[in-house]
Design a protein around this ligand. Structure first.
Ligand code: NZQ
Ligand code: ZN
Length: 391
């Protein structure tokens, strides 16, 4: 196991009706004037926004609002949010929504106290200072409620890039699984796929002897495989939604990724798809993951065979471990298809003719060195081959 630091101070308020505590939580973490940031309106239509504002009012906390965050959040609204936060003298950013809203809130929080262009943070500058951020989560997916990360799409060039820093880890996150019951099945399935992807990205490691984190990841994968179909079948199943919501947080706050190298090639390859086609991140991952895993399988056949046996219940073929490894990837593909996820470029709305553009943005865009690195290093030819496997 490698040396590591683990710092995850987010306060979680989990369970039914917990959004009623949001005013008290903002107060506890020092906020006096809040910018409430939200998306395309689901939180208004569900009545959640009204309850959040009532809780802030009850705690005597002043607030202004900025809606309109789109899935795959854009830099344009971040600049608007930074201006608003400064002109209103806001000292706390409250995200009410999904990963896109939370990531846009984190970008505003970092940009509002920075003299330069906030995009510097998405070009590699670490985030060291930010306004405090709190979240009320409405979809189990991105894990941004417990992560130090934010992913934003730059409209000038449509690059989708990430920024990171403990300063943007949420001070608190309200996780009420009942809030996710209004999700359309497709979005629920996208979230399940993203959570599984966060687990795979950590499972694919070159570090040896990481039994504790291997076993934690496997447990979370098994939970998703058990609960995913239950919640698609019955969207009102609170207990299944509760297990998925906590698994989604655990999958990405890095408690099961510490002390080991990680992959993230599937995410990087997918980010170009959601940047170009504005597809849901989870849907893009459903098409990307089986292709990437099949392409890199030879790098460590036994790792893929291990997840196939321990998680997907495949029989170990000791004479042909590669067959076991492939059976695990097939089981993942079938699971995602059964959830209603797309299987290929066509079903995702992507086009073969764009492959050179995707590869260029992925490997060279925004100062990248001509390749991407994770579990294995992938050059432009590898990335082109992988996109072609998705056709
Ligand atoms: O915008 P509204 O109207 O709220 O509708 C949203 C949106 O259309 C809807 N929705 C959310 N909660 C709902 C609901 N509809 C009905 N009822 C509810 N309770 O769902 C749609 C998707 O929302 P979004 O916030 O985009 O979803 P998600 O949480 O999957 O976030 C995706 C973004 O997170 C990034 C992705 O790249 C993508 O941009 N990621 C962020 C990460 C991080 N910060 O750590 C890591 C991830 O790997 C990921 O890359
Ligand atoms: Zn993701």
């Amino acid at each position: 196991m490698n040396n590591f630091n683990f710092y995850s101070p987010t306060y979680f308020a989990f369970g039914k009706d917990r959004e009623q505590d949001v005013g008290a939580l903002v107060k506890r973490f020092g906020g006096t004037k809040v910018l409430i940031h939200y998306g395309g309106g689901s939180v208004v239509r569900s009545g959640l926004m009204e309850r959040v504002k009532a809780s802030l009012d009850g705690a005597g906390i002043d607030h202004v609002s900025l809606g309109g965050v789109k899935p795959n959040p854009r830099s344009g609204l971040v600049y608007e949010g930074i201006d608003l936060a400064r002109s209103e003298g806001v000292d706390f950013i409250l995200a009410v929504g999904g990963g896109s809203t939370i990531d846009s809130s984190k970008a505003i929080a970092a940009g509002a106290v920075y003299d330069g262009d906030f995009w510097d943070f998405y070009s590699g500058k670490p985030i060291e200072k930010a306004l405090p951020v709190g979240t009320v989560l409405t979809i189990a997916a991105a894990g941004s409620e417990g992560s130090p990360d934010s992913v934003i799409t730059n409209e000038h060039g449509m690059f989708k890039r990430g920024a990171s820093g403990d300063a943007i880890r949420p001070r608190f996150s309200v996780l009420n699984p009942a809030l996710t019951q209004t999700l359309p099945p497709y979005q629920t399935a996208c979230g399940i796929t993203d959570i599984l992807a966060h687990l795979y990205e950590r499972y694919l490691t070159n570090t040896k002897e990481v039994e504790v984190t291997d076993r934690m990841i496997e447990a979370l994968m098994l939970t998703m495989i058990h609960e995913g179909p239950r919640v698609i079948e019955n969207p009102d199943n609170y207990e299944a939604r509760a297990n998925i919501m906590w698994a989604g947080m655990m999958a990405h706050n890095n408690s099961c990724g510490v002390g080991r190298s990680q992959d993230w090639n599937s995410h990087n390859i997918e980010h170009e798809l959601s940047a170009l086609y504005d597809c849901a991140h989870g849907a893009g991952l459903a098409v990307t993951m089986p292709a990437v895993f099949s392409y890199v399988l030879d790098h460590d056949v036994m790792r893929f065979a291990q997840v196939a046996v321990r998680v997907w219940g495949c029989a170990m073929d000791f004479n042909h471990p590669e067959a076991t490894a492939r059976a695990g990837i097939e089981a993942l593909r079938r699971f995602l298809t059964d959830l209603g996820m797309p299987r290929n470029f066509y079903e995702l709305g992507a086009h073969e003719a764009d492959i050179p553009k995707l590869v260029d943005a992925l490997c060279n865009g925004d100062g990248r060195p001509g390749h991407i690195t994770g579990f294995v290093t992938l050059n432009q030819e590898d990335c082109e081959n992988i996109y072609r496997m998705m056709l």
